[in-house]
Design a binder for this molecule. Sequence first.
Ligand code: C2O
Ligand code: CU
Ligand code: CU
Length: 509
Amino acid sequence: MQAVRFSRRSLLTLAGGAAATVAAASVWTRSRQLRHGAGIHAAAEGAWRSTGGQLEVDLVAKDTAVAIPGGPARALTYNGLLPGPVLEVNPGDAVRIRLHNRLDQPTNLHYHGLHIPPGGTADNVFLNVAPGASQTYDFTVPADHPAGTFYYHPHRHGTVADQVFGGLGGVLIVRGELDRIPEVQAAQEQVLFLKDLPAGNDGTGRGMGMGMMLGREGPVLTVNGQVAPELSVPAGGLLRLRIVNGSNARFWRLALDDHPFHLIATDGGALEAPVELEELLLAPGERAEVLVQANRGGGRYRLLNLPYVRVRGGMMGGMAPGRGMSMGPRGGMGMGRGPGAGFGPGSASEPQGQLSIATLSYAGSVDPLPLPQRLLPVEPLPEPVRTRRFELNHGMAPGQGMVFLINGRPYDHHRTDTRVRLGDTEDWDVVNTGVMDHPFHVHINPFQVISRDGTPEPVRAWKDVVLVRPGETVRIRTRFADFPGRTVFHCHIFDHEELGMMGNLEIDA
Ligand code: C2O
Ligand code: CU
Ligand code: CU
C-alpha cells in the first residue's frame, strides 16, 4: 500500500533494493488507477506524458488511507496518490482532464502558472464541482508556452485551504527549450513536491481560529509524499531538482550540505544564466529548478529545511536585517533573514531548528558534467501604461473575527476589483502594511519583479508568486496577453485567501 504514493521518478533514485519493489507497485498503480485515454501512454519515470499532441487523464479527488510515519491516517489525494500524478505536456498539446469529485465538499482545479484562457473549461477557478460530480477540463497549451515546472491544485473558494492542507496537489511539467539545452538535458531529473501534513492525532486539520489566521502548518514534512526519502546522483553528474512548494502556508527554506544550488528556472521558466545560491526560500505556490553538481567526495548529504519567521512585529521576533535582497549570488530567492525562531514542527509559533527532509548520496559515477553557462533570454516587458497599488493587510470584521484585506476589502465573489485591457502592460505596487509575510500570486499571466522598496531586482525572471514582507513595497510588471476573461489574484497562503485576501481581475478584450 505504501508504494502507491511514490512517483516512479522518485523511485528511480531511491537507494538500494527498495526501488525494484516499489517500481513494480507503481506499475500496478498506473494500470489500476489511471485510465489510459486515447493518445496517452504511461511514460517511464512515472509522468503522465502526452503523446501525439494529446494528454487525457482522469483525476479522482478522494479521501484515502495513507501510511506516512507520524502523519495522518487519511489524506486527500488524486487517484490515491500523494502528491497527485506528474502530468507532462509539450507546447501545442491538447489537454483533457476529467476531474471526479469523491470528496464530501465542492472542489475544482487550477493550473497554477500556465498561460491559458481563464474561462470556459480551461483555467476557470469559478467552476464548482459538487461532491459526486465530474468536470472535464479542456485546453490547449500555447505553441510558444515556456518550459517549466507548474502546479495543479484545487481552487474552490471556501474549501481550497482545507483541501490543500489535507493533501491535494500535483506537478505539471511543460517540456520545451530549456529541456533541450545540452547541459540541462544531461542532468538527472527529480521532482521534489514539498508538503507539510498534520500529525496523526490532529484529525482532519480542518478548521478556523488562530491557526488559520497565521496559516496552518503541519508538523510532518514530506517530500513527494515521503518522510526523509533517499535520493541519489552519480558522482560527477548533475541533479536537476524541480521543486514545488505545495504547502498551504509553510515556507520552505532549503539548503543542501556542502552543495550550492544553481538556480536555472523560477515559477515561469528559465533564467538567462544560472544563479548560485547557498539556500533557496520558497513560499507557498513558488517553484524553482536548480542544478546540483555532484563534485564532492561522496557520502551522505542532508537536504535541510531551515527555520524561517513569517510573522513580524508584536507577534514574533523583530524586523530582520538584510531585507530587500530578493535574488543574488549568495542569498536565496527572497532571503536575507538569518536563522531564528521558526514555525512548527509542532505549531505555528514554536521555535524550530533545522530539519533534514531528504538525504542525497552518490551512486555510480559519470564523466564530470559541466554547468550550462547560458540558458534562455528573458525579454524585458515594455514600459507600463499605468501603475496600480495593492495594499495587503488584515483587520477585524464584526462577527467574523480577523479578515485579510486587499485595498481595505475582503474578497467578494461578485465584485470586480481590477479591470485591465488585454494587451496592456502594467506595473503593480504590492504593499504589505501588515505584520505577516504574504506571497502575492496572479493567475494566467506571469510577471517580472521590477524592484523591492525601490531597489531594482538584480536578476530578471518570470514569476507568478512573489513574497511581500511586512513594510515592503514590491513592484511587479505584467502584460495581459492573449486571453481575455475573469480571474483572480491572491495571497498564496490559502488560509489568508479564504479569509479574504483575494481579488477578481477582469481582462477586457
Ligand atoms: Cu496556486 Cu490561485 O493559485
Ligand atoms: Cu495560481
Ligand atoms: Cu497572506
